[in-house]
Design a protein around this ligand. Structure first.
Ligand code: HEM
Ligand code: HEM
Length: 424
């Protein structure tokens, strides 16, 4: 067996069946490649970028117009950031749907969630840096969301340095977080994430529902089997993102003007779902209660009691797959129906106008939400005899489908003053 410095970071041998591309789709490796590209391109951008409201915009213009390959480097940084949101979401779903969160991998799921939060923070803090109209107002909307957090919202806004309006302190704070604190935390957590994979004995071995967990799987040397796969995935991701960056430029609108807000003011697309929720629900519910419930549920997933592990089985069972499909279809129909009902009936009806917003947009939707979730879970457990795994899976499928529908509506179906409209 070969030995070299690189192999100190990798196990000497890996389970043969985990090399199947259809197990992980290379998504974790893609995410790692994108983060490395972000760090490399970010460091290059830092040579020219100036983090002050007066000079930030001009420095980004210098990057794209005067620095050799500056436009390409900025485009790479922009597209890798966007791709990272999608790739991480898919990686998380593959880990979940192959039952790779059971037993020794439980805590790695939690580390993964922390990495996901870091990635969102990196995206949001980076979004402000070009200091154009798009950046300024999108981040204004997002910090307003943060400000709605009951009890701590005001304090958080003070920490962000802006109060009600963004200013020089906000830019300095975001810049420091973006280029130092978040990358260091991410690098540390990624090391921890990879170490935990190794501690768990490698990836889950894919198996059919009828097969037992293979306690002594066949192993093959990491070099060349795993390393070649990792390098080819990294090269393919780099080539794809390079191709996108050559043909599509990252937007740079007019310089930020705190006195002139565009209409509509949109959050970045990965927060469009939250912004859409805010149009329907009381702010305390939309940006606190619901994200809190979602966060607790996601963190708790590996720590629930599962009578049977589904490690390595896609969708837990054939029945689990069918139930997930049903759950996705139900959420796909119900979410747009509820959005339409709220926007076109509740928000315009005279009977609802007299109600307190807390009751109309807070208490009543929460009652409806509990009723639908409780009813769905009870039907699955009692009537369809679903296992804990299958039930948790259906709940996550609903959550993800609702998020996707909210995001699509927020991005494509909202026009001036955030009114519902058909996409042009
Ligand atoms: C920057 C973020 C992340 C990077 C770079 C990363 C990277 C990786 C890599 C390379 C693997 C092994 C192969 C593969 O599955 O493709 C892996 C596995 C894993 N990841 Fe991530 N990941 C990240 C975020 C996440 C997130 C958001 C979650 C879930 C919430 C997660 C949970 C896991 C788990 C539980 C495993 C073990 C899977 C198994 O044993 O089959 N990771 N990750
Ligand atoms: C996961 C890691 C990272 C993510 C997701 C990320 C994301 C972003 C985003 C979305 C932007 C706005 C780009 C645009 O104009 O469209 C940005 C800008 C910027 N980032 Fe990052 N970034 C990351 C890491 C880094 C690192 C490590 C550095 C430096 C060490 C860095 C330095 C910069 C600089 C200087 C800008 C301003 C220039 C510009 O907007 O073109 N970034 N980042």
């Amino acid at each position: 067996m070969r030995s070299n410095l690189l192999l100190h970071f990798r196990p000497p041998a890996v389970k043969e069946k985990t090399l199947a591309f259809t197990l992980s789709w290379g998504l974790g490796g893609m995410a790692a490649t994108l983060v490395i590209l972000q760090m490399a391109t970010g460091m290059l951008l830092k040579f020219i970028y100036v983090p002050t409201p007066v000079e930030a915009y001009a420095s980004v213009q210098t990057i794209v117009t005067q620095v050799p390959f500056g436009r390409l480097v900025r485009n790479l940084h922009h597209w890798c950031a966007n791709l990272l949101v999608v790739v991480l979401m898919l990686h998380m779903l593959r880990v979940f749907f192959t039952g790779a969160f059971h037993g020794p991998r439980r805590f790695n799921w939690v580390i993964g969630l922390a990495l996901f939060a870091m990635m969102l923070a990196a995206n949001l803090s980076g979004y402000l840096l070009p200091y154009d109209q798009l950046a300024y107002w999108a981040v204004t909307v997002c910090s307003a969301m943060i400000g709605y957090a009951p009890g701590i919202g005001g304090g958080l806004l003070d920490v962000l340095g802006g109060g009600n309006a963004l200013g020089p302190r906000t830019l300095t704070f975001f810049y420091a977080m973006h280029t130092t604190v978040i990358p260091l935390l991410m690098a540390g957590l990624m090391g921890f994430h990879f170490w935990r994979i190794r501690k768990a004995g490698g990836l889950v071995v894919p198996r059919k529902p009828s097969e037992a967990v293979d306690e002594a799987p066949n192993r093959v040397p990491t070099f060349p089997n795993l390393l070649l796969r990792e390098v080819s995935t990294a090269l393919m991701v780099t080539a794809s993102v390079l191709a996108i960056s050559i043909f599509f430029d990252a937007a740079l609108s007019a310089p930020a003007n705190p006195g002139l807000s565009p209409n509509p003011v949109r959050a970045p697309w990965y927060f469009a779902g939250l912004q859409e929720l805010l149009l329907h629900l009381h702010p305390a519910v939309a940006v606190s209660v619901i994200p809190l419930i979602a966060g607790i549920f996601l963190t708790g997933i590996p720590y629930l009691t599962y009578p049977r592990t589904t490690e390595g089985i896609w969708f837990a069972s054939a029945r689990g797959r069918a139930q997930s499909l049903r759950a996705a279809l139900a959420a796909m129909v119900l979410t747009p129906a509820l959005i339409g009902f709220d926007a076109l009936v509740v928000k315009t009806a005279p009977w609802a106008a007299g109600m307190s917003p807390m009751v109309r947009d807070g208490v009543l939707p929460l009652v409806l939400f509990s009723f639908l979730t409780g009813g769905g879970v009870m039907t699955m457990r009692r009537r369809w005899k679903a296992t804990t795994n299958e039930t948790v899976q259906a709940v996550l499928v609903v959550m993800v489908t609702v998020l996707i529908v909210l995001t699509v509506v927020g991005v494509f179906f909202r026009g001036p003053s955030m009114r519902l409209t058909w996409p042009l």
